[in-house]
Design a protein around this ligand. Structure first.
Ligand code: PNW
Length: 440
């Protein structure tokens, strides 16, 4: 690793991130069915039609997993609280689910790990999905009710709380590109979801404030977006692509408006009266979480429906996902977000990491590509700090190999290897390298 903890401010947080559906095992503890179970069962949606029924069995093994974090010298754990576990039909409380998160948070505190909670990391209860999910405005208020219930139980012990993980994935990737649940390819559905998920953030934040919660924010994903060539058409396409992927959500949340390049195509499909929601969406928050992975090159596709854009992976070295390794992009987004949207508000890198086809050999996993990846991205965050950006922490995605959504268990993002037959955990070489770089 080319960095040390001492290169960063004293209060800089090093952590690792996970999400409930990807690790817990949703067949345990009375969790309800989610739209991911339905999506996974559909033909051609998920590699080998795998789902999160068992995943890493973190529900039963969380103490072992938190020990791994603690022994790795990490300061914080970014986890999510599953709506479908706490309220199996989206509206009725499952006491077993609340008890579980109560134990989980106490187990973090017992190890000196700061709990960084995310309220919604994608497991929408099926009962709500069947009622239109994020296309239905009612889902926002039900999300608010879930926020109330979980916050009343664990809000006194969490350090930071994010409303929604990656609104772009929840809406555009899931309702227009069709890659995630519910798997729609419909611009009208996407436009509604793209607004409602912002509103859900606003409603969630209002409820958090009513509980007196501090340190509240949102987690957005960003992809470095460039035109594929020098043509004016590619430049226009990249501007539209950037407006959808990198501006729609932050502009609404930080400024209360939508970027014109995206609104142009989406306005005709938006729910009536959307303008009246912008004040609630843009109420002040306390931090911005940035998830960053890669660079895309964009060109115009006049044959496609609006937005008439096509994106491809950048040209450099690729991860197991096929995503280009492009650390400069993280530096770029940290400075851009500070300059254009959030000023001096604390920013956390809430996810960054890479998948590789890791194997256990002689009891260990050697992953030098990941070591360099992590090191280079953490140095990009350090560069942003040197530029005056208020970056307060970095969370590696992910603690464990886990359920990688449409890719099932095939793509391995963990700094800890999981054997999905035996569920045995094996820390990878990257874990050991990070551990020694961040020791105190
Ligand atoms: C994020 N894309 O998802 C999520 O927050 C994690 O749950 C996930 O495991 C991780 O990144 C790795 O994929 C994304 O297609 C999924 O651009 C897809 C995209 C971006 C982020």
């Amino acid at each position: 690793m080319d960095f040390r903890r001492s290169d960063f401010p004293d209060d800089f947080i090093f952590g690792a991130a996970t999400a409930a559906y990807q690790i817990e095992g949703h067949s345990f503890g009375g969790a309800g069915p989610t739209h991911w179970d339905t999506f996974a069962a559909g033909p051609g949606n998920v590699v080998r039609a795998e789902d999160g029924a068992v995943a890493c069995d973190h529900y039963h093994r969380y103490e072992e997993d938190l020990d791994i974090l603690k022994n790795g010298n990490f300061d914080a754990y970014r986890f999510s609280t599953s709506w479908a576990r706490v309220m199996p039909d989206g509206r009725t409380v499952n006491p077993e689910g609340l008890d579980y998160y109560d134990r989980l948070v106490d187990a973090m505190l017992a190890r000196g790990l700061k709990p960084f909670q995310t309220l919604y990391h994608w497991e929408l209860p099926s009962a709500l999905a069947d009622n239109g999910g994020w296309m239905n405005r009612d889902t926002c208020q039900y999300f608010g009710d879930f926020t109330d219930v979980i916050t009343a139980r664990i809000g006194d012990r969490v350090d930071a709380i994010a409303t929604i993980n990656e609104p772009w994935c929840v809406s555009y990737l899931s309702h227009f590109l069709g890659h995630h649940a519910p798997g729609l390819r419909d611009i009208r559905a996407a436009a509604r979801a793209m607004h409602h998920i912002n509103l859900a953030h606003g409603v969630g934040l209002s409820r958090l404030r009513s509980h007196g919660m501090k340190n509240c924010g949102v987690v957005l994903n960003f992809a470095h977006t460039e035109p594929k060539d020098d043509s004016a058409a590619a430049a226009r396409a990249a501007a539209v692509g950037d407006a959808i992927a990198n501006r729609w959500f932050i502009e609404a949340i930080a400024k209360g408006s939508y970027p014109q390049e995206a609104l142009e195509g989406l306005e005709p499909h938006m729910p009536d009266g959307w303008q009246d929601d912008m004040a609630e969406i843009s109420q002040p928050m306390d931090f911005l979480g940035i998830n960053y992975y890669t660079r895309n090159l964009v060109h115009a596709d006049p044959d496609a429906v609006w937005p008439h854009v096509a994106a491809e992976d950048g040209p450099g070295d690729k991860t197991q996902m096929g995503w280009e390794i492009f650390p400069q992009g993280l530096h770029g987004f940290l400075t851009r977000m500070s300059r254009d949207y959030v000023g001096d508000m604390p920013i956390y890198v809430t996810e960054n990491g890479m998948a590789w086809d890791d194997h256990v050999e002689n009891g260990s996993v050697y992953d030098p590509v990941r070591m360099k990846f992590v090191s280079d991205h953490i140095l990009a965050a350090k560069d942003a700090i040197a530029d005056g950006v208020n970056v307060k922490g970095f969370f590696y995605w992910s603690l464990l190999d886990n359920y990688e959504w449409a890719f099932g268990y095939e793509k391995r993002f963990g700094m800890v290897h999981v054997d999905f037959e035996t569920l045995k955990r094996t820390p990878k070489a990257s874990y050991e390298a990070i551990k020694s770089a961040i020791s105190r």
